[in-house]
Design a protein. Structure first.
Length: 400
């Protein structure tokens, strides 16, 4: 294995020629962010205290490790497990990282894993790998709202993270985000006290870039599952929206902004109606024809499915297409608004391999989220709720 400009490559000899294959971030990485190297080749920093360390001056704290990361790269591992609490009273009171070449390896934490509570996080760097951490902003005394993961990253990947009790979006990638992936993650139980229990804004303003959101579990959020569209009048990113499970929302699950461009592949996703009676899977922005473009197919190998009977049975959803009327939703259609359906999928580097919606449903419920092999009771309850059609959107932790 050799490294060129910080990128790990594997040289393979084939018929007297050399083929250069870029190594994945880790086994199972998919999408445009799959080849991120994070802190590979740099130093290793050990988190030894759960001190919130707002100013990043306590050696051994997570914030100190982030603030002092060298440009050559850093992998952050955890010698301690538990909760790092920071009261997010202002927009600046959140964990941030704006540089390049870092891996946050939450899977190394003992016991309950690592939870960052009381605030959100913001990541604006390049070549970042975030794995196996939980973010729970919760409602604070000042009313400041926080995304759990506010991303403006480039060539980066989030894998097996949990975002719960967010007061704005759970995981969003916006503005200058480029070629990145969010996979096998939980986005659940956003707090809806202000009507803002939302899942994901995917609205990069960089033309021609790509993103993948695959194998994620969205549960008990109001909407934005996802919210698409470039706000600057540009064509923006192409999205791989594949093998996700979306459970219990209100009205429309996802939608695109009015008069905003979006181009997306909707492949093998599973939508499950819950107690809050959400119906439409995705609504176009009622805008200029051709602005919201979607590729989807009824081919069983790639079809999206919708279960709207609330009968406590998984795997009895129907395949839906552009004009499908949901059988148990008073004539509502799975797709609504102004949408242009295209016959050829958009090209997205690293996307797939895809699974059927049924296989993805089982895989996501079994393996998504932080610490999936030993879930904490909060995550486990949210994952279990889809199988029994339980749970609801909550306003705060006193209304659950």
């Amino acid at each position: 294995m050799l490294r060129f400009h910080g990128v790990a490559v594997l040289l393979v000899l084939c018929h007297n020629s050399v083929v250069v294959a870029q190594l994945p971030a880790f086994p199972g990485a998919q999408g445009p962010g799959a080849t991120a190297t994070g802190g590979r080749g740099g130093d290793v920093y050990h988190v030894t205290t759960l001190d919130a360390d707002k100013n990043g001056v306590v050696a051994g704290s997570l914030q100190y490790g982030i603030n002092t990361a060298p440009a050559s790269g850093r992998t952050i591992v955890f010698d301690v497990g538990g909760t790092i609490f920071l009261d997010g009273l202002t927009a600046n009171d959140r964990l941030r990282y704006g540089n390049a070449n870092i891996t946050i390896a939450g899977q190394t934490a003992p016991g309950p894993g690592i939870t960052i509570a009381g605030t959100g996080t913001k990541w604006t760097g390049e070549n970042i790998i975030l794995r196996n951490i939980t973010i729970r902003p919760n409602r604070n005394a000042n009313g400041t709202t926080h995304d759990a993961f506010d991303l403006q990253v480039k060539n980066s990947i989030l894998d097996h993270v949990s975002a719960t009790w967010h007061t704005d979006e759970g995981i969003s990638i916006t503005d200058s985000g480029v070629n990145s992936t969010v996979q096998y993650s939980l986005i659940g139980e956003g707090l809806n006290y202000g009507g803002h229990s939302y899942g994901s804004i995917i609205a990069t303003e960089v033309n021609g870039t790509s993103h993948s959101f695959n194998h994620n579990y969205y549960a008990h959020n109001n909407s934005r599952l996802p919210r698409l569209g470039s706000e600057l009048g540009s064509t923006g990113a192409v999205l791989d929206w594949s093998n996700n499970v979306v459970y219990n929302w209100q009205s429309r699950a996802g939608y695109s902004g009015t008069n905003q461009h979006s181009r997306s592949n909707f492949i093998g996703n599973y939508y499950i109606k819950g107690q809050n009676n959400g119906t439409t899977a995705f609504r176009g922005g009622d805008d200029i024809a051709g602005y919201t473009q979607v590729y989807q197919t009824t081919d069983p190998a790639f079809a999206n499915k919708f279960d709207d009977d609330k009968d406590d049975q998984l795997h009895d959803g129907i395949v839906f297409g552009p004009s499908t009327t949901l059988p148990n939703s008073s004539g509502q259609k799975a797709y609504a608004g102004d949408l242009t359906f295209v016959s050829t999928p958009f090209t997205i580097p690293g996307a797939g391999p895809y699974e059927t919606a049924d296989v993805a449903l089982d895989r996501v419920l079994a393996y998504a989220g932080a610490n999936w092999a030993n879930r904490n009771p909060i995550d486990q309850r949210i994952f279990d709720s889809a199988a029994t059609n339980a749970g609801k959107i909550i306003n705060d932790l006193t209304s659950g």
